[in-house]
Design a protein around this ligand. Structure first.
Ligand SMILES: [Zn+2]
Ligand SMILES: [Zn+2]
Length: 404
């Protein structure tokens, strides 16, 4: 592993910052203290900052001392925590009840801070690095809010890169793939309005329950019959609510759930077909249909050239045998908005199996969104090395020249 020596030297200081952030988790758009910590560190290292982007976002600006090329690259870390109770009791466990850094965004912030500290001292690159500390990844769409706030106009950049830790993979490995790596995330709510009646006299009413049952079944034929078999898509009905008594046919029934796809074309098709199926199944049974469909995060799609470049950077650090192919998952990620606007790539860094956790960790697995999770501080110099080699390589590479 070719980790930059000085990053190992400064790791203890950054680990302390990571643990401080872990102990003080803040939720979507409330990351005031976290943003203060980031802003204070960047300022201390002589990096100019812009605050308040997308509410609590912070941008650090590192100008290279090389030839003025006008080129710029964005590196993004998310900074928010999750609304859940931490089971760990070690010293840096959450001090805020019901809030926890269970997705490792404290670690993402720390890895980017480690890179910032190094870049501030070694500016021999030809262009500008924007350090993007983004709020509200966990459902708030902080990336979208930063873009709406004019991030790419105020800080024009040719490419953006993101990184997430991934538990279960041995430390020292990375994973990356071109194309879709995470899905679009969407929610639906369907209300079937029937007509309540005595359960012993169903012919006097319109029972919404069998309508709901048929609808749930019919939705799965959209997956198996309407879309191309090679296109990925998931419809999960996760909530069905109707009725309050065994002898009363309810007036209405509500279905809710999620739809995941890797492309907007498949999403368009599924949304259209779901509405048709819902309305027509209702009509067939003389029930009324209310159909709501909300699109949340779009699919996260890596640009091929930037993905190839990221793989090359990783290979140089940990060797080809430690750079895995990232299997797409149906989870979602709001870095997708940045990748819709700019070329770039979202990669994964292995967090290990959980043996790094200190005494007093919870009994559960060290998985993302698990109450016993903790970020692996061993990744700080490795992740920061990735950022720095990426920056230096990118300004020298052909990719930077074409901006593609
Ligand atoms: Zn998460
Ligand atoms: Zn996350």
């Amino acid at each position: 592993m070719k980790i930059i020596d000085s990053l190992v030297g400064q790791a203890a200081g950054i680990t302390a910052i990571r643990r401080d952030i872990h102990a003080h988790p803040e939720l979507c758009f409330e990351e005031v203290r976290t943003a203060d910590v980031v802003a204070r560190q960047l300022t201390e290292w002589g990096i100019p900052i812009h605050r308040g982007m997308g509410t609590t976002g912070v941008i650090g600006i590192v100008e290279g001392t090389g030839p003025k090329t006008g080129r710029a690259i964005g590196l993004r870390a998310d900074i928010d925590a999750l609304p859940m109770q931490e089971f760990n009791t070690f010293e840096h466990a959450s001090k805020h009840a019901g809030k926890m850094h269970a997705c490792g965004h404290d670690g993402h912030t720390a890895m980017l801070l480690a890179a910032a500290q190094h870049l501030a001292k070694h500016r021999d690159f030809a262009g500008t690095v924007y350090l993007i500390f983004q709020p509200a990844e966990e459902g708030g769409g902080g990336a979208r809010e930063m873009i709406k706030d004019g991030m790419f106009e105020k800080f024009p950049m040719d490419a953006v890169f993101g990184m997430h830790n991934w538990p279960g993979m041995p430390v020292g490995q990375f994973a990356v793939s071109p194309g879709p790596v995470m899905a679009s995330s969407n929610e639906f709510k369907i209300t079937i309005r029937g007509k309540g009646s005595h359960a012993a006299l169903p012919h006097n009413g319109v029972d919404p329950v069998p309508v709901a049952c048929q609808m749930v079944q019919a939705f799965q034929t959209i997956i198996s019959r309407s879309k191309k078999p090679v296109d990925a898509g998931v419809i999960s009905v996760t909530m069905i609510h109707a009725g309050e008594a065994t002898n009363v046919i309810p007036d209405s029934c509500e279905l809710q759930g999620t739809v995941r796809t890797f492309t907007l074309e498949v999403l368009d098709l599924i949304e259209k077909r779901m509405q048709q199926v819902a309305e027509h199944v209702c009509a067939a049974h003389d029930a009324q249909c209310e159909f709501e469909f909300v699109r949340n995060y779009p699919p996260t799609v890596n640009h091929p050239k930037e993905a190839a470049f990221a793989r090359q950077v990783m290979t140089g650090i940990v060797g080809a045998e430690n750079v895995r192919v990232q299997e797409p998952t149906m989870g979602a990620e709001d870095f997708s908005y940045m990748l819709q606007a700019k070329p770039g790539c979202y990669v994964f860094i292995a967090n290990g199996e959980g043996a790094h956790r200190e005494i007093g960790h919870g009994g559960g697995p060290c998985m993302l969104h698990n109450p016993s999770y903790d970020f692996n501080d061993e990744l700080i110099p490795l992740g920061a090395t990735y950022w720095i080699v990426l920056v230096n390589g990118w300004f020298k590479s052909e990719a930077a020249g074409t901006g593609a």
